[in-house]
Write a new protein. Structure first.
Length: 176
């Protein structure tokens, strides 16, 4: 399975963070609308990410809930019929929540920088340092720590939970 090192932080000033990321990034960002449905899954997380009616990704991942850098293992499968797949998986497993966001994706080296506006939740920054086969988690953590420093992100701004958990804790997830 693929691996990455992830960090997530709450952002107060979207525009200021956008400017900092633009200076660090290798090029212009992509802006991507994402609608994620999570399914009940006993040994990890299973989510269907919908980009459009004809493009989605089913993603299974495992990662610890902790505030600092953490290793995530994931497996991804493309789909051309996300709505039908959502219905099937909801019938089979039950839905565990939904997260709708607009993601601004910057790249710097092997790191994906996500500036996320999450519906009902607010603004967040998420890094994903994508690890190659031979690279250790420690190598990715060092990259992530360096980025935290460059961006002036304090420890207390880090978040240890997934968006779906934060929304569920607020009682704000909505079902269509």
């Amino acid at each position: 399975m693929a691996r990455n090192i992830e960090i997530k932080a709450r952002i107060d000033d979207f525009s200021a963070m956008y400017e900092k990321l633009a200076l660090l990034a290798d090029g212009l960002p992509d802006i991507i609308d994402q609608d994620d449905t999570f399914f009940i899954c006993p040994h990890g997380r299973l989510k269907l990410r919908t980009f459009s009616p004809v493009h989605g990704e089913l993603i299974f991942y495992q990662r610890p809930d902790q505030a600092g850098p953490k290793t995530s293992f994931y497996q991804l499968t493309e789909t051309h019929d996300p709505d039908s797949l959502r219905e099937t998986l909801t019938l089979a497993y039950g839905a565990a929540g939904r997260v709708i966001k607009q993601r601004t994706l910057f790249m710097t080296g092997q790191t994906r920088l996500h500036l996320d506006r999450v519906k009902h939740l607010g603004d967040y920054l998420e890094f994903e340092v994508v690890l190659d086969e031979g690279e250790t988690p420690e190598y990715g953590i060092a990259i992530a720590e360096d980025l935290l420093e460059k961006l002036g992100i304090e420890r207390q701004e880090l978040v240890d939970q997934a968006y779906v958990d934060l929304l569920n804790a607020k009682g704000k997830h909505h079902h269509d």
